[in-house]
Design a protein around this ligand. Sequence first.
Ligand SMILES: Nc1ncnc2c1ncn2[C@@H]1O[C@H](COP(=O)(O)OP(=O)(O)OP(=O)(O)O)[C@@H](O)[C@H]1O
Ligand SMILES: [Mg+2]
Length: 225
Amino acid sequence: MIKISNLKKTFIKDDNKIDVLKGLDLEIDRGESLAILGVSGAGKSTLLHILGALDHPTSGTLTYNDVNVFNWNEKKLAEFRNKKIGFVFQSHHLMPEFNSMENTMMPALINGISKQDARKRAEIILNEVGLGDRVTHKPGELSGGEQQRVAVARALIMEPEIILADEPTGNLDRSTGKKVEDILVNLNRTRNITLVVVTHNRQLADRMSRVTGLRDGKIYMEVQG
Ligand SMILES: Nc1ncnc2c1ncn2[C@@H]1O[C@H](COP(=O)(O)OP(=O)(O)OP(=O)(O)O)[C@@H](O)[C@H]1O
Ligand SMILES: [Mg+2]
């Protein structure tokens, strides 16, 4: 489904070159769940941003169903991001002035789906993540775990083929984190949504079907679960 070849990413900051990804290769199959472990600064978020076409690599290729994504123009890239990919980040980036329902509906509205349909979809998904009784709460009126579940709901509303999660449970206590993990793992299993999770958390990683690590700008280990 996704094939990354010889991917390099260099940041230039104050005349310093920072080589973060140094010729990285990785293949991700449809329906698999993949963990990418690595220490702080290893380049996990950088890789995830490129996987989600939020950032361009310095060189190398990323194909999605055999099509080279970075040959597309910005408009096509944005469409790809919105329709195919669901993002779940450590800081959830919910909009504070909007409630759970509105935050969840947002990507659908941006994609031109009618308000009525967006609301229907959001209702179903918020129920799925156990927030059926929190739809009118704004982020400030939700617990951290509930906010994170709204972020998962928002990532799902466009029915993505792939979910990219960056430390999705990093800010949560063990048991709340586990609830969010369960939702992600179940989505992968029951709806065959490809799941890529970058994390420091070994326990979360071990719940994925494959565990890889990122070190010195490359994927260095593959453990089959
Ligand atoms: N826009 C940028 N400009 C310059 N350097 C950057 C930029 N973004 C990231 N970096 C550097 O690239 C390296 C990798 O950053 P990245 O965010 O991918 O790490 P990470 O593995 O996600 O770490 P963490 O676990 O702490 O989130 C870091 O050393 C960071 O300082
Ligand atoms: Mg990071």
